[in-house]
Design a protein around this ligand. Structure first.
Ligand code: UDH
Length: 288
């Protein structure tokens, strides 16, 4: 007789019917504007009541199809984060996702490492919950259509296909930056992101090459559904273009098996739970 033990990773709400393939309450085209100053308290008042601490939500009327960790790389962009949270939480709720928002904050003022922050977000979110899908999103990108679902599909998905900054045109065919969605399996198949892109640029193309070397294709929404508005900003300090990025992109195939999730090393400085997000401050061991 096998004994039945309670499974701690089992999602509550298992007895609910699965959510429909197409979420019923989507609005389509959204009005988005960044002119006003928004405080975190404004955003808490706007979306807070439906959230659980740490920026967690799950639909109450049906069982979500996917458990999604939304990972945002971050340093010193509070106003952007307020806008992002203000627009994204209602969208993610209407999309009927079982999700959590993880803001991965790079401590100190060493060279920024967007890709390593993504890997850390993957790792840290999985310590909290059995996520099966990971959406990696820049903090300055807000979707203009809520039919652009923040979930994973058969192939890694590039969501930010038509950004206003690029006149709503996909800049090049293999682009995989901005907002992307990969299942746990897809992400692990390429060993995650490289940890060794310091400063701006290249890490997204490196991931794109990893996917292709592992026989995966990029899936995308159409260019109407995939519209985004980017919050205008100048270049941040300590994130200058990485002069090694072109060279590194010739070495993806050589490095991908040893540089990624399996070689990830960092120190968590603090994990702070806000109603709207889980804020993980990390030392990414930037080169001196
Ligand atoms: N990020 C931060 N803080 C930083 C640097 C980057 O939070 O100091 C995060 C943030 O989520 C951002 C993402 O990393 O959205 C990507 O960085 P980025 O916005 O600098 O990259 P992007 O390609 O812009 O969007 C490059 C600089 C453009 C300057 C143009 C001046 N007109």
């Amino acid at each position: 007789e096998p004994t039945v033990r309670p499974n701690p990773t089992e999602s509550p709400g298992r007895s609910l019917d699965p959510c429909p393939d197409v979420p019923p309450n989507l609005r389509g085209v959204l009005h988005v504007e960044f002119r006003t100053n928004r405080t975190l308290q404004d955003v808490r008042n706007h979306v807070g009541p439906l959230l659980q601490l740490g920026g967690r939500y799950r639909p109450t009327s049906c069982r979500a199809k996917q458990k999604v960790a939304v990972i945002v790389p971050f340093r010193n962009r509070s106003q952007h984060l307020n806008h992002w949270l203000y627009y994204l939480h209602p969208v993610l709720m209407r999309q009927q996702l079982d999700y959590g928002v993880y803001v991965i904050n790079q401590d100190g003022d060493g060279a920024f490492n967007r890709a390593k922050l993504m890997n850390i977000g993957f790792n840290e979110s999985l310590k909290e919950y059995d996520y099966d899908c990971f959406v990696f999103s820049d903090v300055d990108l807000v979707p203009l259509d809520d039919r652009n679902l923040y979930r994973c599909s058969d192939h890694p998905r590039h969501l930010s296909v038509a950004v206003d900054k690029f006149n709503f045109i996909l800049p090049y065919a293999t682009i995989f930056g901005g907002v992307t969605a990969l299942s746990k399996q897809q992400f692990l198949k390429v060993n995650g992101f490289s940890n060794t892109f310091w400063g701006w640029g290249g890490e997204d193309d490196d991931l794109s090459q990893r996917l292709s070397y592992r026989g995966m294709f990029i899936s995308r929404p159409d260019s109407v559904t995939g519209r985004y508005k980017m919050i205008k900003h100048g270049r941040d300090s300590h994130n200058d273009p990485n002069p090694n990025r072109e060279q590194k992109l010739t070495e993806t195939y050589l490095n991908m098996d040893t540089d990624g999730i399996n070689s990830l090393s960092y120190t968590v400085r603090e994990i702070r739970k806000d109603l709207l997000y889980t804020f993980v401050t990390v030392d990414v061991q930037a080169p001196a």
